[in-house]
Design a protein around this ligand. Sequence first.
Ligand code: BGC
Length: 731
Amino acid sequence: MTLQEKAAMVVGANTVALDPVNGEIIGAQARKVPGAAGQTQAIPRLGIPSIVLADGPMGVRIDPTRPGTEQTFHATKFPSPNVLASTWDTELVNKVGSATADELKAYGIDLLLAPGMNIQSYLLNGRNYEYFSEDPLVTGIMTSEFVNGVQDKGVGTTIKHFAAYNQRTLNNGNMNVSQRALREIYLKGFEIAVKESDPWAVMDSYNAINGTYATENKDLLTSVLREDWGFKGFTMTDWENGNNRDIVKQVVAGTDLFMPGNLNQINRIINAVKDGSLDEKYLDRNIKSILTIVVQTPTFKGHEATNTPDLEAGAKLARQAAADGMVLLKNEEKALPIDNDVSVSLFGTPNIEKMTGGRGSALVYAPYQVGFPEGLQNAGLQINEELLGKYETYVEELRATDEYKQTPGNFFVSTFPTLPEMDVKEDAVAAAKNTDVGIIVLSSEFGTYGSDRSKGDFYLSESKRKMIDDVSKAYHAEGKPVIAVLNVEGPLETASWEDKVDGILLGWQPGQELGNSVADVLTGKVNPSGKLAQTFPVDYADLPYADRYPGENNEFTYEEDIYVGYRYNSTFGLKPAYEFGYGLSYTTFDYENVRVNRNGQIKDKMTVFATVENTGDVAGREAVQVYVSAPDGKLEKPELELKAFAKTNELRPGKKENLTFDLDLKDLASFDEEKSAWLVEKGTYEVLVGASSTDIRGAASFKVDKDIVVETVNDVLAPQVEINKLSKLNE
Ligand code: BGC
């Protein structure tokens, strides 16, 4: 390769292309797949094709139409990672990956820019729904399954955003975080994914970690990612403007590909090599990483796009995954499921807005989206048409105003600023007389693509509270039930109003089959088996960072350290509204025979056993969680940490399933900053098998006789400032 070709190879070809014959920059290259996020530079002289990269976390994001043809180019809008995590079903997540791969191939795409796998450590992060969980194990395992599902079909994934990208306000800000919190919480999921699934690519995050931008961070991109973990693919920047980072530092640090790429970057690389500030060997190294992947791509192998994905198969799977990810939060007096022939009234403006989820890079142009009325009607329920008509008019009128104008498809603007609710006091009284069940659909405001949510978005507005009061009073006066469906992408305040309704279903914003999936669960066609992969706090003020987030002066410090989510609640005795791992079913399960092998001693591996029995009267599945409570020693430990999980098969009433969970020493280790090593400390370990993080159903214990250093890693990424870490010792 000539120097120019080399420089062009590491800079995305989104806006510029290099004429390989004349060696000149020739301006915009036609985009191979319209609407895809980017592509690499082709060098035909050397037989190197341009590969195509497309978002994202809810399915393939490309333009649905193209100039000059009537044909459409839709893709399945699958549930987002937070919904997939709530299924606790690794096989299902693998299937969603596999189905996504089929669509990627059909559209001639080589690399998916997903899954997102940052930790949902901060409630208001506007992009949390693109990620799986507040827990690194759930994140790592679900990511690995998804990646394997995609890559087994010969298409690539890009795990993102590496790393500690946990807020949108200080998108490019500096995140101060301890080495231990990095290794145990923020890097852990990435470590699992790299080791278990070999993703083709990693996307660096916009932010800095302990004073160095991720893309300029050799500790992160080389010492940790490649040396400690053995990553073999290539890294790319996020879609940065590219001009305000040190390009030499980035190349040397191990940022292989600059996306989306601009001419200035090519010139800066060429000049840096010429003036001696960049050793060409780094460029060669990075190009090798990129080409190692390029030769595995569908494009390199001559695969041609058909542009005819199987959208029916996608829809079927999207519907199942969405229903399986929904979480039944409350079910008084068996208010749910409801029979298929009952009549229902739908309240709340979101009921007609089809809030299926996804903004910005997570937007997917689905062939259609199923709203609530349609989904419930498909299931045979009778809808209160008069009320529906009123809502349609009300919403249409408000949406026509400047204040509430909708901007569907606009990349950066929120698609759905939520509306004030209409006054339904009188309608509710009539509806309660004429229909059997009242269903209230609730949503909350979310940030635009470019921003975080605000504190107020966690709470319901006054008009929503009034609606809940009016509807529940009216229905309860008739002795009829009221169900709330949360059509949200993250936790919402529930503690102050949940006693007013009989049932609460967390329906999420789960992709194109929204209405059908909700109806499947409400009517019992699907017995809910989803459980929370994040904590629902009682109040925003309960969060350990409530008075500090999102930081200031472009700087934020992770003072709660390792105490993220349930690790915080369990250790510091705080009761959540709904805890991590929580979710009800239409049946009940008993746990028995919880034990560990090896006579209570551990050498290198151990197995945990549990038996789960369906003790109710309908078939169902149970997500079983294995937590470990490790002894405090030199290192303090959270009260408990998730170490394994599994979902039973569908168990008929009275049926049992025996489950086994393998743990090795690394699973039990904590990160010792002094030694830069994973350490298992001596003492007694409790193994807690539960239906949630607070609903522990069986326990066993084992002893470790002496401290064991499991693995020593590069001593890197130390904070540059003193961090006032939350600690059990200070409380
Ligand atoms: C987002 C990435 C996305 C990329 C390409 C960026 O702004 O942060 O997640 O993959 O755009 O669309």
